[in-house]
Design a protein around this ligand. Structure first.
Ligand code: FNR
Length: 181
């Protein structure tokens, strides 16, 4: 494949809507684009004391992000912000200071919620974090998704949402190619 996208999902839930959305993306992507959902559930809580000898799971995550052409965040909103599990993963891969895996990697943000505003607040908070991490982030189109409209019971993307999400994915892949090129 010629493009490799690291995917970070902000929910550890077995039946996570966000995980289902992340898993449905490869079928919509053009040939040559590979998505790899990164494991974050085995990361310990970030502790700066460990910066000299980071835990194995953190080194694995950093390596995957370093070798990726772009980073796609697919996350729910928890209490109007970014879930702690996702922030923990971001903190791990951003350290030690000066050795962040994220710098310069083109980012995309998707989010599914059961609430009416479809992760808008979490996405805005995430944009603040990604700006600090020096990640160019796709601004438009935005994707605030409602679980009951977007996902079928079997986890596939509902026909009424497919074109919308396809359009977003095409825009994001174009954005990654521009930065990779
Ligand atoms: C939520 N949920 C939620 N939804 C929302 O739209 N805005 C919010 O601020 C919150 N806050 C929140 C906090 C916590 C701790 C939980 C567990 C949940 C509901 C959320 O949208 C719902 O649980 C989704 O199903 C979570 O996404 P996954 O796990 O299905 O991917």
């Amino acid at each position: 494949s010629d493009l490799n996208i690291a995917v970070l999902v902000g929910s550890l839930r077995k039946d996570s809507f966000n995980r289902k959305l992340a898993d449905a993306l490869p079928a919509l992507a053009a040939d040559g684009v590979r998505f790899e959902v990164q494991r974050i559930d085995d990361l310990p809580l970030y502790n700066q004391d460990d910066d000299t000898y980071p835990p194995e799971a953190a080194r694995r995550l950093k390596q995957a992000i370093t070798s990726a052409d772009g980073v796609l965040f697919v996350t729910p909103e928890y209490n109007r912000s970014v879930p702690g599990v996702l922030k923990n993963a971001i903190d791990h891969a951003s350290r030690p200071y000066g050795q962040s895996a994220f710098a310069g990697k083109p980012a995309g943000i998707l989010g599914v919620s059961i609430g009416a505003i479809g992760t808008a607040c979490a996405q805005q908070h995430l944009r603040t974090i990604l700006a600090y991490l020096d990640m160019p982030t796709l601004g438009q189109p935005e994707m605030f998704l409602a679980a009951d409209k977007v996902l079928e019971d079997d986890g596939g993307i509902a026909s009424g949402s497919r074109d919308f999400i396809q359009g977003w994915l095409d825009a994001y892949i174009g954005f990654v190619r521009k930065h990779a090129g």
